[in-house]
Design a protein around this ligand. Structure first.
Ligand SMILES: [Zn+2]
Length: 140
């Protein structure tokens, strides 16, 4: 373990806030570290190395929401469903979808002035709160 931690620490950049993983990452942005002949998520290794064993069925999550942070103080154990709830709460909420949609449509208006009339109608529809409400992001 000691050797693995030394190897691990060469791949991280410590800041006052997070410890950033600088080596290979997955498409989802999680750092990967090879340990014991296996490739495991870097933050998972960090948890085991600095905080202790991970209980069964638990996953390691970053309180800072940095997918490549491996700072022990930022890591905590959670269950999959708790993470999923957090994820939707955090990244996708109706207000964000609403703002993004408006922004997108306004860009589109510049590119396609011929569609201005239809786009304006769509924007008005989206601005109706009852329509936003129908976008159900709580139950994916
Ligand atoms: Zn962090």
């Amino acid at each position: 373990m000691k050797k693995a931690i030394e190897r691990f620490e060469k791949k991280i950049l410590r800041t006052n806030d997070c410890w950033f993983w600088t080596a290979s990452k997955t498409k989802q942005g999680y750092g990967m570290f090879s340990y014991d002949g296996k490739s495991i998520p870097a933050h998972r290794f960090a948890y085991i190395a600095y905080n202790g064993p991970i209980e069964q069925n638990k996953i390691v999550h970053q309180s800072c929401n940095n997918t490549y942070c491996v700072k022990p103080e930022h890591l905590y154990l959670t269950t999959k469903s708790e993470t999923r709830n957090k994820f939707y709460e955090l990244r996708i909420n109706p207000e964000m979808i609403f703002n993004e949609s408006i922004r997108y449509l306004q860009k589109l208006k510049k590119i396609r002035p011929d569609l201005n009339h239809d786009i304006n109608k769509l924007i008005d529809q989206i601005k109706e709160p009852k329509n936003i409400h129908r976008i159900n992001v709580d139950n994916p």
